[in-house]
Design a protein around this ligand. Structure first.
Ligand SMILES: [Zn+2]
Length: 148
């Protein structure tokens, strides 16, 4: 765990799209999806270590919606049913800026995986099951434990 303070800067969401567009000139779409997911994991993990002292699923449920809004990423709701963790995000900035008609929120799903993994002390994989870009009302994610 790092004790260094994390600093933020405000960036227009279009910067994420521009980074993606540039990476696509260098490698395949699938590789870009994977890179954005991995970068999201790192960012979510760093946030959990430095800017945020949550240590349980209950505190994540309570505190994450405000953090997500403050980060400008959308409106987030965490739903827990026994061992299943789902996340619903409406007004997803990533979906809107990426456009298209397929699942587009690879940075967000990585961010969720990193945040949950770091906070709960076990590895999670995050999948986006439905995306606003597919004509849905919200982006829906599921988090699954990865048993190493
Ligand atoms: Zn999405």
């Amino acid at each position: 765990m790092s004790s260094e303070a994390i600093t933020f800067f405000v960036m227009p969401i279009v910067m994420l799209k521009e980074i993606r567009t540039q990476m696509e000139t260098q490698t395949s779409k699938n590789n870009v999806d994977d890179i954005l997911y991995e970068v999201g994991i790192r960012c979510g993990s760093v946030l959990a270590q430095t800017a945020y002292d949550s240590d349980s699923l209950e505190s994540l449920k309570k505190e994450m919606p405000d953090i997500w809004i403050e980060a400008g990423l959308g409106i987030l709701e965490i739903v827990v049913q026994s061992d299943d963790i789902s996340v619903r995000i409406t007004r997803s900035s990533e979906a809107y800026v990426m456009g298209g008609n397929d699942k587009a929120c690879h940075f967000s799903r990585g961010f969720l995986a990193g945040l949950f993994s770091e906070t709960l002390g076990t590895n999670y994989f995050c999948e986006e099951n439905e995306c606003i870009n597919q004509g849905k009302n919200a982006c829906l994610y599921s988090l699954k434990r990865v048993d190493a």
